[in-house]
Ligand binder design. Structure first.
Ligand code: 9MR
Length: 597
């Protein structure tokens, strides 16, 4: 399925060290250190940083459930003196393997600094610092800048990851599957801008819609925070928050993907995935393919959201708010007239040439898309037809949002935007609030007995393609919603625990964000990283452990244990790819947590 040409190089490109890791912390207030520390797989801890007043724990692998509590010392490496001493307080057995871990709680260490956590022969670097998540929050947004198509990525913003403009997408052909009388097959259209979807260079409307919606959502929850966050992108000097500027780069591409009849091309793609070459070397013809109901409704929903959000910045984005709403309404009308246009790539290939074998994003159920789009259009226009439409597609249970299941995005909008004076709407929103709390509560409870003190990663169901994002990271965001709705600080704590898990307190001991921590994922399935002479780009969340191992013909996994089924190898598209939808969840969790500090 995916073309993989390069062999893993087994060298961490950021650090250029094999076997040993150079401590490379981005912790604010911590001086970048060059201390060498043997990579440690016994101690599992957040490698990026703890807020001074936060809960701080580490998980320590021990031989058996009978092992005595371990003695833990925390040393200030500058003085060699111990600043904290204590013992592990709890033992937990892995739900997936024979591994046993003990938990140490060193929350009483509140003085800022960089330390070494020592247990016998084993050491791990930790950092206590105010605003320890700010660099991560910035880098997670900056990652989108690196993913931009159709413009040069310049050194003043990208440093050593600068690269020339590529994929101008001014010569995109209408694929026969998308041909109309007005735009017959082969018609050339311009569809510039937007982000590369993931490790590949294609641009997909379904995934883009979900991605921009997640980020607009977190923006609306934390407007003041984002007003002051500087990401150093070309638009940083204007008056709009950098996050909105970055999102706009993709929104303006999405506008070009609407056909004259209102329907949305499912994707802009080459027939085959490009090999692991730089964007400027890519030569394959790009096409817009078949219009689909899912793409059209996702577009309608996020453009309706955008019309609301960007209205506040009319002078930075003149005319955009009105245009977004007009195109959203046109899209919705098309979807009503074409309620079942599914993306079935095999079927499409049976009838049209050239065959297309890139990412499918092939959703088959559209009730959630109708519900979400109608919801956003109702809040954008106040029109009762949209309200009726939304309520006719009301979900019957709470489930986490993903590119293929967008109902929760609609429910969040009902919770956030309902006019408190409207009795019937308020009761709808209140119902969703109850569902959300009921949904997250058991996960928060499960953290108390888990090996990694985490609300995610305790059940085999938590491990799948992209689980770091759609599972763990998004669960953290759901916890923050629960905190917002109830004021119960335990939910905020559990959001931070999801972050701790992603940053190193997990079964593999990887910090799953490139460029961060002492044992970061270094070899993502990412053409931009693999083709860049300066190596892996920072700020990307990798997909994570995936026992499905759909890529096992290309890479060798060492285990099928669900929470260890991960390989830091650029051939592993099923466990180690990066993707915009996944980074959107990282933007949301890192940003919202940081904003709460
Ligand atoms: O994120 C997608 C995941 O949920 C699917 O299981 C998987 C297989 O269909 O595809 C993932 O999306 C990929 C997309 O199809 C193409 N670009 C890379 C995406 C991340 O792997």
């Amino acid at each position: 399925m995916f073309v993989f040409l390069r062999k893993n190089k087994y060298i961490c490109k950021q650090n250029d060290i094999t076997g040993m890791k150079k401590i490379f912390s981005f912790c604010v207030g911590c001086v970048m250190s060059t201390i060498m520390l043997a990579q440690n797989d016994v101690l599992k801890v957040n490698q990026v940083g703890f807020e001074p007043e936060a809960e701080k724990t580490a998980s320590i692998e021990v031989a058996s459930v009978d092992a005595k509590p371990q003695t833990v010392t925390i040393i200030n490496p500058a003085t060699g003196k111990a600043v904290w001493k204590g013992k592990t307080s709890r033992t937990a057995k892995s739900p997936f393997s024979d591994k046993v871990r003990q938990i140490v709680d060193f929350s009483s260490l509140t003085t800022e600094g960089r330390y070494q956590l020592v247990v016998g022969e084993n050491k791990a670097e930790i950092c206590v610092s105010k605003h320890s998540l700010t660099p991560l929050s910035v880098a997670a947004i900056k990652a989108f800048y690196y993913q931009r198509a159709s413009m040069p990525i310049e050194a003043q913003y990208a440093g050593k990851w600068a690269r020339p403009a590529a994929h101008m997408d001014t010569n995109v052909q209408v694929h026969p599957s998308a041909a109309t009388a007005e735009r017959p097959a082969g018609t050339v259209i311009s569809s510039s801008w937007g982000w590369y979807d993931a490790g590949d260079y294609n641009k997909y409307i379904v995934n883009s819609g979900y991605t921009v919606a997640v980020m607009m959502n977190v923006y609306e929850q934390n407007k003041d925070y984002y007003k002051s966050l500087n990401v150093n992108i070309p638009e940083s000097k204007n008056n709009a928050p950098d996050l909105l500027d970055e999102i706009y780069y993709n929104l303006k591409w999405m506008l070009t993907m609407q056909d004259t009849d209102g329907g949305l091309y499912h994707k802009l793609t080459t027939p085959n995935f490009e090999s692991f070459i730089a964007p400027s070397e890519c030569k394959q013809q790009r096409y817009v393919v078949k219009k689909t109901t899912a793409a059209t409704l996702d577009f309608a929903a996020c453009m309706a959201m955008a019309s609301r959000i960007y209205k506040e910045y009319e002078s930075e984005f003149p005319g955009f708010s009105a245009q977004a709403l007009a195109q959203a309404e046109k899209a919705f009308a098309w979807a009503k007239a074409h309620p079942n246009e599914e993306y079935d790539q095999n079927k499409m290939n049976a009838s049209f040439d050239p065959d297309v074998v890139t990412g499918a994003y092939d959703d088959k159920v559209f009730d959630d898309e109708f519900y979400w789009a109608a919801t956003e259009l109702y809040f954008a226009t106040g029109k009762n037809d949209y309200r009726d439409e939304a309520l006719s597609k009301k979900p019957s249970a709470y489930s986490p949002a993903s590119w293929g299941n967008v109902a929760e995005l609609g429910m969040l909008s009902w919770m956030n935007l309902t006019d408190e004076n409207s009795i019937s709407d308020k009761s709808i929103a209140d119902g969703y609030k109850e569902w959300l709390i009921e949904y997250v509560k058991p996960y928060a409870e499960a953290a108390e007995t888990s090996c990694f003190l985490s609300p995610a990663g305790n059940s085999p169901k938590d491990f799948f393609w992209g689980c770091n994002a759609e599972g763990c990271c998004w669960r953290g965001v759901q916890m923050l919603y629960a905190f917002k709705l109830t004021g119960d600080a335990n939910y905020k704590l559990n959001a931070q625990r999801c972050m701790n898990y992603l940053l190193g307190q997990n079964a593999t001991g990887y910090c799953y964000v490139t460029g961060f921590g002492t044992k970061p994922s270094c070899h993502p399935h990412h053409r931009l990283s693999e083709s860049n002479p300066n190596g892996t780009l920072p700020g990307f969340l990798v997909g994570g452990p995936n026992p499905g191992q759909q890529d096992k013909d290309y890479v060798e996994y060492t285990t099928r244990i669900p929470d260890e089924s991960y390989i830091d190898n650029s051939g592993s598209y099923a466990s180690n790819e990066i993707a915009i939808n996944w980074n959107a969840t990282l933007v949301a969790l890192a940003g919202w947590l940081d904003a709460l500090q």
